[in-house]
Design a protein around this ligand. Structure first.
Ligand code: UN1
Length: 516
């Protein structure tokens, strides 16, 4: 099998694909020539700017928030199952346009076709989950200490939810937030990454069509496009009750305190630095497959990407050898071509960060295998950054290993006993995902116990990435503490009221207090 392609589509080919997909989706937005004022919609496949997409002004962002706030006043009292009908329709439209939207994801984020389709599937899944949830928003009834009293909790819509998303999951993370927020009775204003404006336009067209089809106001979900300043309108506006932001730890450090300063709520999904422990009892076939998908998939650009392997001394050489062998045969190239498994990095800065991290790792005594730049497509790919994923054997977990470099680098560390491996897993500032490969039930349980992995996700015998939507998704420490998607994550999108009802004709006070 050839592991490196030599051809790429031309920018004009890619423009045609975009036009066809947007037209099928019904996203009728003006697309300007490259270089005109507005957002430059580009593709990492060739590095070319494809179109210019209109950028919103601060006044337009303000108007979008006002419209969503206005829509909220009626949406919050619309019965939840009726709200669910909107999300059900969105899910149907996503099924119908799965391939079209995936084409746009591949073009803008550089994901291989299968992963782009998987991302749209994740949207469909969360819509179906949210539709069920629309009949399952429940509160507790709690035993009251007073006779003739009922103590209970009710959950109410929160308000406008500001959603800020990153380039690497340009559509799924919007859907996680929007599908759940809408059934919870909230309205949404979305600020996508400025690197992925075309997928955003497509999603907006689909939600507006869904709203039209079910007779819901289109203003329940708004899109604002632009750079950091546009995102800041969501962060600082007191009408935005919850800011759900996905991105770097650096971004979260700004967003969290600013939202807190106005007593808004923040849901943060920030960086990960995810590790997999490989124990002596591990099924190595499984471990190597899990490692390769989690570390090299999406060209290392998921927040759940596997960035560290912590392997027992007795298996580390075999694991490295097998991962390196697998890496050599990974087809790198055009993500839209059949058979490709590793697409491009998003931009030059990512590539520079990768090179910088590998140089630092080497300076720290690391042995770097792979990581080369692959010049693909000659002239066509002049502005594109394709790399072979890198494995780096490290003598210790140095500072560079503590950073999240958003590229396909997996550092390999060696351990002698499980306590040491768990300590290494937990020694980084981030706490998103983690995994252990073992066939020993004691090791597996220990890893998931209170003194085990400190991450929001702790898996056994699967990699760190590729979570299902049914579970709550998110992580601890610098990952930000937020939980999105399944389980009871919906509670972050609602406000809780505690109600005490006295159905007796006495007025007993709690704690036995006597008053008059
Ligand atoms: C992200 O990278 O921001 O678990 C989200 C996964 C995906 C979601 C990743 N379901 O890898």
């Amino acid at each position: 099998m050839t592991t490196m392609q030599t051809t790429l589509p031309t920018a004009d080919d890619i423009r045609d694909r975009v036009r066809v997909a947007l037209q099928a989706i019904g996203a009728d937005v003006p697309l300007g020539e490259p270089g005109q004022p507005g957002l430059q919609a580009s593709t990492p496949i060739t590095g070319d700017v494809l179109f210019t997409v209109a950028e919103n002004t601060a006044e337009e962002a303000d108007a979008a928030i006002a419209a969503a706030a206005e829509a909220f006043t009626a949406w919050r009292t619309t019965p939840a199952p009726v709200r669910g009908a909107l999300v059900a329709r969105l899910g149907e439209l996503l099924i119908e346009h799965k391939a079209d939207l995936a084409t746009l994801v591949t073009v803008e984020a550089g994901k291989i076709t299968s992963e782009a389709l998987g991302e749209v599937q994740e949207m469909i899944d969360i819509c179906q989950f949210a539709v069920g949830l629309s009949r399952q928003l429940y509160g507790k009834t709690i035993a009251s200490e007073r006779p003739g009293h009922r103590l209970m909790e009710t959950w109410h819509p929160l308000g406008v939810v500001g959603v800020i998303t990153a380039f690497n999951f340009p559509v799924a993370v919007w859907a996680w937030n929007t599908a759940v927020a809408l059934v919870c009775g909230d309205t949404v204003v979305w600020k996508p990454s400025e690197l992925t404006p075309l997928t955003a336009v497509a999603c907006q067209a689909l939600i507006e069509r869904a709203a039209h089809d079910v007779g819901a106001p289109g203003t329940v979900s708004r899109l604002i496009q632009g750079g950091r300043e546009i995102g800041e309108t969501l962060v600082d506006d007191p009408r935005v009750a919850l800011v759900s932001a996905t991105g770097s730890v650096r971004m979260g450090r700004q967003v969290g305190p600013r939202v807190a300063a106005r007593f808004g709520k923040a849901l943060l999904e920030l960086g990960g630095n995810n590790a997999a422990i490989v124990t002596p009892s591990a099924d190595l076939d499984l471990a190597v497959r899990g490692i390769v998908f989690s570390a090299a998939g999406t060209a290392g650009q998921r927040c759940t990407t596997l960035r560290r392997v912590i392997a027992h001394r007795s298996v580390v050489d075999t694991v490295v050898e097998r991962v390196v062998t697998a890496y050599r045969s990974l087809p790198v190239g055009d993500p839209s071509a059949e058979g490709t498994l590793v697409g491009p990095l998003i931009h030059e800065r990512s590539y520079r960060d990768m090179v910088g991290a590998l140089e630092q790792a080497e300076a720290d005594g690391g042995e770097v295998i792979g990581g080369e730049h692959c010049a693909i497509g000659g002239e066509l790919g002049a502005g594109a950054y394709y790399v072979r994923p890198a494995v780096v054997r490290m003598p210790a977990q140095t500072a560079v290993v503590h950073d999240e470099t958003f590229a396909p680098i997996v550092y390999v560390l060696t351990y002698d006993d499980l306590d040491e491996a768990i300590a290494l897993n937990n020694a980084v500032p981030q706490g998103l995902s983690s995994a252990i490969f073992t066939t020993d039930v004691r090791e597996a349980e220990r890893f998931m116990a209170a003194d085990g992995s400190d991450c929001g996700i702790a898996n056994v015998n699967i990699g760190t990435s590729g979570a299902e939507i049914g579970g709550a998704f998110g992580g601890e420490k610098q990952t930000g503490g937020g939980r999105e998607s399944g389980s009871d994550s919906w509670k972050a999108y609602m406000r809780r009221a505690t109600n005490t009802v006295n159905y007796s004709s006495e007025l007993p006070l709690a704690q036995g207090v006597q008053f008059g």
